[in-house]
Design a protein around this ligand. Structure first.
Ligand SMILES: C[S@@+](CC[C@H](N)C(=O)[O-])C[C@H]1O[C@@H](n2cnc3c(N)ncnc32)[C@H](O)[C@@H]1O
Length: 283
C-alpha cells in the first residue's frame, strides 16, 4: 500500500466522493452530539452512508456502514481491498466526453470488484454535479460534467479511506435491517434522503430519490423501537412539517446556518433539522 502523507483526504477534510446532500460542511453544527470518544459507544452505525463524511469525522473504532446503493458499497469494498490498484485503474480512464460515455456504458457485471470501484469513482468525479441517477434497468445515466474535479483527489486519499475502513462492516441493505441490528450502547447517525420534491417524484428513473413519505414513517417507527432498546441516535432531516410531526416528542433544533453550494458561501436557514436522542450532550 502507498505510504500516507499529511495531504491525505482525512487530514485535509476532503470527501472522496462528490455527494449531493453530503454533510461534510455541516457536521460542525451537530458534532457536539456525536460520540467523538471511541470508548463512549459500542458500535457506530450509519444506515445511509452516502459519501460517509460523518463517519470519517467521528473516526470510530468499530462501525457498521450501510447503504442501499450497491455501486457505492462496492466502491468502498474495492478501495479497502486494494486502493493502489483502484487508483491505477482510475488514472487510466479517458479525459474526454466520448471516453466518459464509453466507461459509463460498461456492464458492471463484466467487471471485477476493483474495476467496478474505479469506474464508480471516475463516474462520480466526472459526471454532472456528482449526481447518482439510474434508469429503469439500474444503469447509471448521469451526463458528462467535465474533468475539473477528477484530480482533486490523489492516491493518498484512497489509502486514507482504506485505512479508516479496515474495521468497518460494509453492508448493502435497506435501513430497516441496519437499525434492527442495533443494540444498547450502539450509536446511530442517520442522514436519509429528504422528502423528495415534486420533480424527483415525477422521474421514476431517479432511483435513490425514491424515498417517499411511507419510508419516512417506517424510519420513524424503527427509531422508536431502537430508542426503546437503548440505542442513541442523531439524525439530519428536512424541516418539512410532515417530517417533524413524526418526531415531535424528540429533541431537535434547526440548522440556522449551513455552507452553501460553493466553499465558503454561507446560507441561512438551509431547511434542515437535527433530531436526536442521546444520553448526554457534551458541549
Ligand atoms: C443524503 S445521502 C447520505 C449522505 C451522507 N450523509 C454524506 O455525508 O455523504 C442518503 C443516502 O441514503 C441512501 N438510501 C436511500 N434509500 C435507502 C434505503 N431505503 N436504505 C438505505 N439507504 C438508502 C442513498 O443511496 C444515499 O447514499
Amino acid at each position: 500500500m502507498l505510504m500516507l502523507t499529511q495531504t491525505a483526504s482525512i487530514e485535509k477534510n476532503i470527501s472522496l466522493l462528490r455527494y449531493p446532500g453530503g454533510k461534510q460542511r455541516y457536521v460542525c453544527h451537530f458534532s457536539h452530539l456525536l460520540p467523538l470518544e471511541p470508548q463512549s459507544i459500542r458500535t457506530y452505525v450509519e444506515p445511509f452512508l452516502g459519501g460517509g463524511s460523518v463517519f470519517f469525522h467521528v473516526n470510530p473504532e468499530k462501525a457498521i456502514l450501510a447503504d442501499i446503493n450497491r455501486e457505492l458499497i462496492d466502491l468502498y469494498l474495492g478501495i479497502r481491498k486494494n486502493p493502489d490498484v483502484v487508483w491505477e485503474l482510475y488514472s487510466r480512464y479517458p479525459a474526454n466526453k466520448a471516453g466518459y460515455y464509453k466507461i459509463r456504458s460498461l456492464n458492471r457485471d463484466d467487471l471485477h470488484l476493483l474495476e467496478r470501484a474505479a469506474r464508480t469513482l471516475y463516474l462520480n468525479r466526472t459526471c454532472f454535479k456528482g449526481m447518482w441517477r439510474h434508469n429503469n434497468n439500474g444503469e447509471f445515466n448521469v451526463g458528462y460534467g467535465g474533468q475539473e474535479r477528477r484530480w482533486v483527489i490523489g492516491p493518498d486519499d484512497l489509502c486514507a479511506v482504506a485505512q479508516r475502513l479496515q474495521h468497518a462492516v460494509l453492508l448493502c441493505c435497506d435501513f430497516e435491517e441496519t437499525i434492527a441490528s442495533c443494540r444498547e450502547g450502539d450509536f446511530l447517525y442517520l442522514d436519509p434522503p429528504y422528502r423528495p420534491g415534486e420533480r424527483e417524484q415525477l422521474h421514476a428513473h431517479y432511483m435513490f430519490g425514491e424515498f417517499n413519505f411511507e419510508d419516512h414513517k417506517r424510519l420513524a417507527s424503527c427509531l422508536r423501537e431502537a430508542t426503546e432498546r437503548g440505542v442513541q441516535w442523531v439524525m439530519t432531516n428536512s424541516s418539512h412539517p410532515d417530517i417533524l410531526a413524526l418526531y415531535d416528542d424528540y429533541s431537535m433544533y434547526r440548522l440556522d446556518r449551513g455552507t452553501g453550494s460553493s466553499p465558503g458561501q454561507i446560507t441561512t436557514d438551509p431547511g434542515e433539522m437535527v433530531i436526536y436522542h442521546v444520553n448526554e450532550v457534551s458541549s
